[in-house]
Design a protein. Structure first.
Length: 455
């Protein structure tokens, strides 16, 4: 660091700003027992290396700017809640493969770049509808994600344990390391497009995928015969993201970049604010207004045009391309009424945020046999409603945000495998929200591809 950079880095106004959230109303934080333990864990985190670099974050902002301008599409997907035990090579590889396969389907149809982003390598903290959970007359703190407490229903496991933030960091680091290896080391080479389909049970979606992969192969072979250079196909960019919820983790992971003197949240390339913590005067909005990362905000069906304008003012006052993404999660039954007024409201301003759809979180339901699930048809219907609203408004439907896994779980109802209420019990693994399985994810990609190609 040069002297002048050091001077900027120590800028007291910037540093004080990063602490302003501490004085504001804050939601969805754990009840830690011992503040001393928390500050020790925070200190340890602050001394650990960044997980992502400022330059990568800046690159992502440029990519998202292209999507906001209608020249790229964002595909963001992964678990509702990653777990420490779930950070295995197989599970990470299957999720990365699923995202790569979906991206190929979308790129081919839309003939535009697809930005690949995992809800991965840090998606460990969960907002909950209640602070406690009661089972058979026993009440304990709710599970808030592996980075806070354990899922087992015992007082020891449910205690909020700050040491878990350190384990979260290391698990994120290991996950990201494998993602980087897969996407930079040849596994994501477009000439491997067939091999990503291997190892998944045969089903209608991957048979269809296989046909598309053959077409891509033929195109590549043709270009290769013409002497084209495929160096660029070997590697692919893959970004990571999570909900910036747990402030005692997000704050120590936020560092002053020595090159620019500006704060970057180095725990992920992209972070978002959830529907439950997006209060304008609250801690989360304040803190994220001060970091350089591109950020997202979830918007539920109750969002007003005034909320939207105020969020833009607070989070993107400079109207920086790629800075702000709105992730709408309205519900299939509501999106056609709730989204159009928001699109109209933005059109009357000079803001050009990226709009993406999360067709999962507005479509939750519980079956009579007690499973938290979603209907694949509702997911599809919300995606269609999203495209319709943008078509009518003349704005760009810039991406999709989904909860998915590469494993053959049975958590969401329907899809061409016709998962029904009874089948849910066969392989339901999520500790939180139900995810699309590998086949449902591919099916959804084909559907989005159709919508995109007739935009
Ligand atoms: C989530 O993305 O897992 C989540 C909790 O979403 P939302 O904030 O939209 O409810
Ligand atoms: Mn979720």
């Amino acid at each position: 660091m040069s002297n002048s950079e050091a001077a900027i880095a120590a800028d007291p106004v910037t540093l004080a700003g990063l602490e302003a959230w501490r004085e504001l109303a804050i939601k969805q934080q754990p009840q830690w027992d011992d503040p001393q333990e928390v500050s020790e864990a925070s200190k340890k985190l602050a001394a650990l290396p960044p997980l992502v670099f400022a330059g990568e974050v800046d690159t992502l902002r440029e990519r998202l700017a292209a999507a906001a301008a209608g020249n790229a599409f964002l595909l963001q997907g992964g678990d509702c809640a990653e777990t420490f035990a779930g950070a295995t090579a197989d599970q990470i590889r299957n999720r990365v493969k699923t995202v790569l396969q979906m991206a190929v389907v979308l790129t081919y149809a839309a003939e535009m770049p697809v930005i690949k982003m995992g809800r991965m390598a840090g998606q460990f903290a969960k907002p909950r509808s209640s602070d406690t959970e009661t089972r058979d007359g026993v009440t304990l703190p709710a599970y808030r994600g592996d980075i806070v407490n354990g899922y087992d229903f015992t007082p020891e496991s449910r205690r909020a344990n700050p040491e878990r933030m350190i384990e979260g960091y290391h698990t994120a680091a290991a996950t990201l390391n494998l993602i980087r290896a897969f996407t930079q080391g040849g596994f994501a080479d477009l000439r491997q497009v067939h091999s990503w389909n291997k190892g998944f049970a045969k089903n209608p979606a991957n048979v269809r995928y296989e046909q598309l992969a053959r077409e891509i192969d033929r195109a590549i072979n043709f270009m290769s015969a013409c002497g084209a250079d495929f160096e660029a196909l070997k590697r692919t960019e893959f970004f990571v993201s999570h909900e910036a919820l747990l402030m005692d983790y997000e704050r120590p992971m936020t560092r002053i970049d020595s090159r620019t003197g500006l704060p970057y949240n180095t725990s992920a390339h992209f972070v978002w604010i959830g529907e439950r913590t997006r209060d304008l005067d609250g801690a989360h909005v304040d803190f994220l207004s001060r970091v350089r990362n591109p950020i997202g905000v979830k918007l539920g069906p109750g969002t007003s045009a005034d909320d939207l304008r105020a969020l833009v003012e607070k989070l993107d006052p400079d109207r920086e391309p790629g800075r702000l993404t709105f992730i709408t999660r309205m519900g299939a039954g509501k999106i056609r009424d709730a989204l159009p007024p928001l699109l109209d409201a933005i059109k009357t301003t000079d803001a050009r945020p990226l709009w993406i759809t999360d067709p999962m979180h507005g479509n939750g339901m519980t079956t009579p046999n007690g499973f938290k699930t979603r209907r694949f048809d509702d997911v599809v219907d919300e995606v269609k409603g999203f495209f319709e609203a943008h078509r009518a408004a003349g704005t760009f439907p810039g991406g999709i945000h989904v909860e998915l896994t590469g494993d053959d779980v049975t958590e969401c109802l329907g899809g061409s495998e016709q998962i029904d209420e009874k089948t849910l019990a066969t392989r339901y693994e999520s500790l939180c929200d139900p995810r699309l399985n590998h086949m449902q994810s591919l099916e959804l990609a084909f559907l989005v591809a159709e919508e995109l190609s007739r935009r």
